[in-house]
Design a protein around this ligand. Sequence first.
Ligand SMILES: [Cu+2]
Length: 328
Amino acid sequence: MITFLSYLAVVLALVLVFQLMNVYQLASELKGENTGLANDRDNHSQGIGMLLFVAGFFIFLISLIFIYKDKMLPEAASDVGREADHLMNFNWVIIFIVFFITEAMLFYFANKYKKSKTNAKAFYFPHQDKLELIWTVVPSIVLAVIIIYGLSLWGKMTGKPDKDSIIVQIYAKQFDFTARYAGQDNVLGKTDYKLIDDATNPLGLDTTDSKGWDDIIVKGELHVPVNHPVDFKCNSRDVMHGMYMPYFREQINCAPGLTTDMHFIPTITTAQMRQMVHDTTFDYMLLCNRVCGAGHYNMQMKIVVDSPEQFNEWLAKQKTFRSGIAAK
Ligand SMILES: [Cu+2]
């Protein structure tokens, strides 16, 4: 009810302002002031209004950056993540320089060349080759630099992984993630979707392939060691999912019938990050960012970045695929 009354008050206030403006206009028409044409005083006040608007807009924009600074993601926790942040900041610097210069000029000239008695005639300036060359070539070079920078980073994220990477399969389905570590031999065993059985073999591992016997399948928590390359091989059982790791600035699609690959070196452990963000409950997350169905909003997995010792200790406690089968 209070909300409704507040809206009503706003609407009535707008009606009031509109009516007052009508009264003011009618009054000035009666006095013979309003001829329907802007006079020098109107042009002057509009020009000043332009300058005030752009100054206010700049102040508002810059203050927003400072007010919402702590809502941004914390420092990137991976090697490629840091570079992704550099690339992003590089883009922002270019965007801001161009934005501030062009917007300031737009409003400055709107004021400078407002209609007045002294400079009523516009200068006819239809074409200039040199100017066109400059505004074509300069943005082209800047864009090429951004694209080359971006492509080289993408190459680092998805190109050939480091030879001693820990290989982890990320298996997405509606609506959860399962991780499979390649085990002692660091080779993932073969899989076949026809062998999938939710109770005993959720990823459809081929039991005749000995390379898969030492594979370790985990749900709920994904552990990786700090300062060691990890290679994620991503698959999907049903529809398109996203393997999105915002704290490491990585993301790739998990598509059915296809293996996508992405790797990085985690650089900050969960414990260190908890100290950095002053939050003892902080956790890295793996999220799905393809709208994959009704349970998409909750499709996630916790990522724990351990010290190498903690990681080995954790891994040793996990059951291999073969011992898991034997237990059943
Ligand atoms: Cu999903």
